[in-house]
Design a protein around this ligand. Structure first.
Ligand code: UGA
Length: 422
């Protein structure tokens, strides 16, 4: 397993738990050390216990060189990051570097299967990975096996996926991968390499579009004076629509939706396609957070000198990940309007402080609410859903609450000036 981020490490632990022998490598030595000590470098429910177990049982070895990772392995999973370049296109640099060091470490004549798990633009495995391995004259086979893990429930997803997509270069590769996934009971779709790469982007692009649609619909409901709840329920009853990923709010963040949709738009444009719908999805998402500010201003007027509690700093609940969290533009806009922003998150406080140091990060919801003139709920932590009017009324100077994720129960907000997106 090459690359021990959320995808690589979770997949490594899941394969080890399914009685495979896994050798895990990451170029960052501090990351290897933490993992070796039984501590995942990020929060993921259940992962620490599962990691400790497979380390103890010696099914997972964290190794310090690519050569050690390769020595006894017959399948190599590439799980390195595919960040965005300044123009939105996917940066294939880290993947290329990983394949080069794989080729350099591959000294024997053993035939290995190289599987790309990183999210890559269709064609990348053939144009970036293949030429490096061919140039080094290595006996390799190639596959693409995208992941569909959601942060916060990644281990469950890796242990019991709802589908497996295998992009393969021939029947032998298919046999090896089917054998690896033999204990997993779910549909397996076998395709060619670039189709598997495309399925990953298509899934994320569709889900991001669904969220942007929900946001737009919620904004329209607001304009018509209709509550989104029943509209959501009503459209969700149509099995062709289904209610999942239609919860409106302050927009989508994280390390995947924004980056992947941008990369697909940029790559599509580069090839002469005009992905107008996906461009609109990005544009919608870019400004959606402003709704939460507008609701605050409707209740409080000018925000100059007002104290605002920002609840939830991660890009969603159940994670410490702050990549592209909507808390960043919300905090920056509030600060630019002269507000004092006090933030709280069960896990993401320290990481958020490094991004927006002007926000005072405190250790509890109550501290954040203390003396506040308004509060914006930005991430859907389960603990936040239990907050009631009592919590807000006891601590706030003026009880104005904007639910940016529609998780609070409006029936429990008596006495609070309570607003929601939609
Ligand atoms: C997403 C996909 O859901 C995974 O299937 C995929 O494997 C992953 O990206 C990836 O490509 O690695 P993740 O980024 O963990 O997973 O987060 P999601 O749970 O999908 O949420 C993304 C964003 O959309 C969050 O900011 C969330 O708050 C927002 N969202 C989600 C909504 O605003 N409304 C919804 O109804 C659902």
């Amino acid at each position: 397993m090459v690359g021990l981020g959320p995808v690589g490490l979770t997949t490594a632990v899941a394969f080890a738990a399914q009685r495979n022998q896994v050798f895990a490598f990451d170029i960052e030595s501090s990351r290897r050390k933490e993992i070796l000590g039984g501590k995942p470098p990020f929060h993921e429910k259940g992962l620490e216990a599962a990691l400790r177990k497979v380390l103890r049982e010696k099914r997972l070895s964290v190794v310090h060189t690519m050569s050690e990772a390769l020595r006894s392995s017959s399948i190599v999973f590439l799980c390195v990051g595919t960040p965005s370049k300044a123009d939105g296109r996917m940066d294939e640099g880290p993947l290329g570097e990983a394949v080069k060091s794989l080729a350099a470490a591959w000294q024997d004549a053993k035939r290995r299967l190289v599987v790309v798990k990183s999210t890559v633009i269709p064609g990348t495995t053939d144009t970036v990975v293949r030429p490096i391995l061919e140039g080094a004259k290595l006996p390799f086979r190639l596959a693409v096996n995208p992941e569909f893990l959601q942060e916060g429930r990644a281990l469950e997803g890796a242990m019991a996926p709802d589908r497996i997509v295998l992009g393969i270069d021939g029947p032998e590769t298919g046999r090896v991968l089917r054998a690896l996934y033999r204990s997993t009971k779910c549909p397996v779709l076998v395709t060619d390499l670039r189709t598997a790469e495309a399925i990953k982007y298509a899934t994320n692009a569709f889900l991001a579009t669904k969220v942007a649609f929900a946001n737009e619909l919620a904004n329209l409901c607001q304009a018509f004076g209709i509550s989104y709840d029943d509209v959501h329920h009503g459209i969700g009853l149509d099995p062709r629509v289904n209610p999942r990923f239609l919860v409106p709010g302050v927009g989508f963040g994280g390390s995947c939706f924004p980056k992947d949709v941008r990369a697909l738009v940029a790559a599509g444009r580069h090839r002469g396609a005009e992905p107008r719908l996906l461009e609109a999805v990005l544009a919608q998402n870019e400004v959606q957070y402003m709704r939460s500010i507008a609701l605050l201003e409707e209740e409080l007027g000018n925000l100059q000198g007002k104290r605002i509690a920002l609840l939830g700093l991660a890009f969603k609940g159940d994670t410490d990940d702050v990549r592209e969290t909507r808390a960043i533009p919300i905090a920056r806009t509030l600060l630019s309007k002269g507000a004092v922003v006090v933030g709280y998150d069960p896990l993401a406080g320290p990481a958020f402080s490094r991004l927006v140091p002007e926000v005072k990060v405190v250790g509890s919801v109550t501290e954040a609410l203390e003396g506040a003139n308004g509060a914006v709920l930005q991430a859907d932590w389960r603990a936040f859903a239990r907050l009631t009017a009592k919590d807000f009324l006891a601590a706030m100077a003026t009880p104005v609450v904007v639910d940016g994720r529609r998780i609070l129960n409006p029936k429990k907000m008596r006495g609070v000036r309570f607003r929601r997106i939609g």
